[in-house]
Design a protein around this ligand. Structure first.
Ligand code: SF4
Ligand code: FES
Length: 161
């Protein structure tokens, strides 16, 4: 896995291949800067720093991040933190995120990340697109008939304690 930096006028863009889920949001947001047919694939001279920053912020996995080097404020994490279970895919998290190991040590932080929801990732806890090969199928909020008609917790399932 690779981490690369792209230094432009007033901004440095960081890309972490280990976090990229290749959804293409960046390519659609700003194709003149993000172009996978070109090397380097990010051309930070093709737009101004504000435009590039806005495009980086649509990256759902946090593979793309940036630092401003012109004194402009950096990315403001979403408040409140949000978690979106993506249909047939990861949990997309946006906010002031710290991922900790069980000892409580932070091993990842940032404003955006994609967490594996299918169990098949080889890069836990992050999504690595293995859900596609695994054929993961899950539509959030697709509630069972029992839940739709439940009149008490008893109707939802067995008691766990
Ligand atoms: S938006 Fe982020 S996750 Fe999607 S292709 Fe671009 S860098 Fe990868
Ligand atoms: S949800 Fe993407 S690898 Fe599991």
């Amino acid at each position: 896995m690779t981490k690369r930096n792209y230094e432009g006028d007033g901004i440095v863009v960081h890309w972490d291949s280990g976090r990229c889920i290749h959804g293409g949001n960046c390519l659609r947001a700003l194709p003149e800067v993000f172009d996978t047919t070109r090397r380097p694939w990010i051309d930070v001279t093709a737009a101004d720093a504000d435009t590039i920053a806005a495009a980086v912020e649509v990256c759902p996995s946090g593979a793309l991040r940036y630092e401003r080097t012109d004194g402009t404020a950096g990315e403001a994490p979403d408040v409140p933190t949000t978690i979106i279970p993506w249909p047939n895919g990861p949990l997309l998290v946006r906010g002031n995120i710290e991922v900790k190991d069980r000892r409580g040590d932070v091993f990842t932080e940032g404003p955006r990340l994609a967490l594996c929801r299918c169990g098949a990732s080889k890069n836990h806890p992050f999504c690595d697109l293995s859900h596609v090969e695994a054929g993961f199928r899950n539509y959030p909020r697709a509630m069972s008939r029992e839940r739709d008609s439940a009149e008490s917790p008893h109707d939802v399932g067995p008691e766990l304690q």
